[in-house]
Design a binder for this molecule. Structure first.
Ligand SMILES: Cc1cc2nc3c(=O)[nH]c(=O)nc-3n(C[C@H](O)[C@H](O)[C@H](O)COP(=O)(O)O)c2cc1C
Length: 197
């Protein structure tokens, strides 16, 4: 039986558990270059369009890098890193090893439209898209991590990705399988973050 609104209490509890239990996993803890199936990815990617989005501008854009495209992207990351920091301690091979378990990069952008919806609102909507995907990667048993793309380095990455546009970089997700399948995290209590007026 496919779930249908209104959901049962147990279905809602499962959704709540998944969202509350999600954790980020470092790329160095990812193993096997594993990615979700195409059917799972369809659900995960579709969740990026199921977000709060002022004006329904759909600002989210993603570039997916997987399979034999990954190595060149990691090499590009190393090139950009060492250009900014010539004393960077790791060799190219050592740096690449840190990403050896990553099965997929998803580079996130906001295609900002001019008009009455503020650019920051559009970026927030893309952040919500990324969080939806983080939650669903976790739900399907995968590991993911959201990293920033430094604004000062965006031109080099956009040129590498052949993006000749004004998209605002929102960072990138790394996806894989976690070596630490039991990973959990103690969270702050909501009680310190909510005030009854
Ligand atoms: C917008 C944004 C950018 C981030 N950029 C980085 C980053 O560049 N490097 C990093 O190690 N963590 C970064 N993080 C933090 C991690 O992705 C992660 O959220 C954090 O480690 C907390 O882990 P949790 O998701 O398990 O609570 C970023 C998080 C956000 C929301």
């Amino acid at each position: 039986m496919s779930p249908r609104y209104p959901y049962s209490a147990s279905q809602a509890d499962t959704a709540s558990h998944i969202i509350n239990a999600r954790v980020s996993v470092l790329q160095t803890k990812m193993v096997g270059q594993v990615v979700p199936s195409d059917a799972e990815l369809e659900n995960i990617f579709q969740s990026a369009l199921a977000v709060a989005d002022h004006g329904q501008l759909n600002p989210a854009r993603f570039v997916v890098i997987k399979g034999d495209k990954i190595a060149a992207y990691i090499d590009k990351m190393y090139e950009v890193k060492t250009a900014a920091n010539p004393n960077f301690a790791l060799s190219q091979a050592e740096y690449a090893k840190n990403f050896a378990g990553v099965g997929m990069f998803i580079v996130a952008f906001a295609a900002i439209q001019p008009g009455k919806i503020q650019p920051y609102e559009q970026e927030w909507s893309v952040a919500a898209s990324i969080q939806n995907m983080l939650n669903l990667f976790y739900a399907y048993g995968f590991a993911a991590k959201w990293n920033s793309m430094h604004k000062g380095k965006e031109a080099e990455f956009k040129s590498f990705l052949q993006l000749d546009n004004e998209w605002v970089p929102m960072g990138y997700l790394m996806v894989g399988k976690s070596a630490d399948t039991a990973k959990a995290k103690a969270r702050a209590t909501y009680k310190d973050h909510f005030i009854n007026f």
